[in-house]
Design a protein around this ligand. Structure first.
Ligand SMILES: Nc1ncnc2c1ncn2[C@@H]1O[C@H](COP(=O)(O)OP(=O)(O)OP(=O)(O)O)[C@@H](O)[C@H]1O
Length: 240
């Protein structure tokens, strides 16, 4: 398994954000992480990325413990939050150069140009990141993550600032990335938008895993449903 979470728990002061969850996700899979506000999605992703320490439980990402193997983890996991922190003093192009230097990526320029072109940022190559729109900032952060090529990519609400062509480009890029054996978790409130690219659906609710399964199994269980989202709602009714 690429990701193994066992009895994960995260307590913030007096809020139990994640309550004893266990879940495994294999390599080469796109997993859609859905659930209402406050369900514990971001908390779980931040634990996977080693940004916060779990209160209890165990996590293995590509065999690594996010807290104990911090340095190695950075090469194996990229986490892109919905409002990614960027360096205000750097231009768009310099961001990719900086990431390439940090991760010792040789001959990165061609790939950097390709990524910027794909995400329609090439014309902003020399612009300061402070002049970018919200969606452009998200696209730049995603391009930086792709440049590193980590086996695990965690995208937290990546669709929020993107325009429809940007969403299409991102979803296509996710399918291709997973096709090369990488694992992608994409959190979103919009299952209808991400459903097509997801091999699995993982739903959290109140800090617990409410549902986790293959999208094909979900569709097969509810053949009368017209969409994955409908099948998902039907499954939720059965689960109660
Ligand atoms: N830094 C923090 N300190 C205290 N409580 C927090 C902190 N971060 C999150 N929480 C709480 O933990 C719970 C889970 O929050 P989390 O951000 O993981 O949910 P989410 O599923 O990502 O929600 P959303 O869909 O709104 O982004 C919520 O009750 C939230 O208020």
């Amino acid at each position: 398994m690429m990701i193994e979470i066992t009895h994960l728990q995260k307590l913030y002061d007096d809020t139990l954000a994640v309550k004893d969850i266990s879940i495994s996700i294999p390599a080469g899979v796109v997993c859609g992480l859905v659930g209402p506000n406050g369900a514990g999605k971001t908390t779980t992703l931040r634990c996977l990325a080693g940004l916060i320490r779990p209160t209890a439980g165990e996590i293995r990402v590509h065999g690594l413990c996010p807290i104990e193997d911090q340095v190695e983890l950075k090469r194996n996991v990229a986490y892109v939050p919905d409002d990614p922190p960027l360096f205000d003093d750097l231009s768009v192009g310099q961001h990719l150069d900086f990431v390439a230097q940090l991760y010792r990526i040789a001959d990165h320029r061609r790939r950097a140009y390709d990524l910027l072109e794909r995400f329609e940022l090439l014309r902003k190559y020399d612009s300061a990141v402070t002049s970018l729109s919200r969606g452009m900032r998200q696209k730049l952060a995603i391009a930086c993550a792709y440049l590193i090529e980590p086996p695990v990519l965690l995208l937290d609400e990546p669709l929020t600032g993107l325009d429809p062509p940007g969403i299409r480009t991102l979803l296509d890029s996710i399918t291709q990335y997973a096709g090369r054996g990488n694992t992608v978790i994409i959190s979103s409130h919009l299952l209808a938008m991400i459903g097509d690219v997801c091999d699995q659906v993982w739903m959290m609710h109140g800090g617990t895993v409410r549902y986790h399964g293959a999208t094909t199994a979900l569709r097969a269980s509810f053949p009368q449903a017209e969409s994955l989202e409908q099948a998902f709602f039907a499954a939720m009714t059965v689960v109660g």
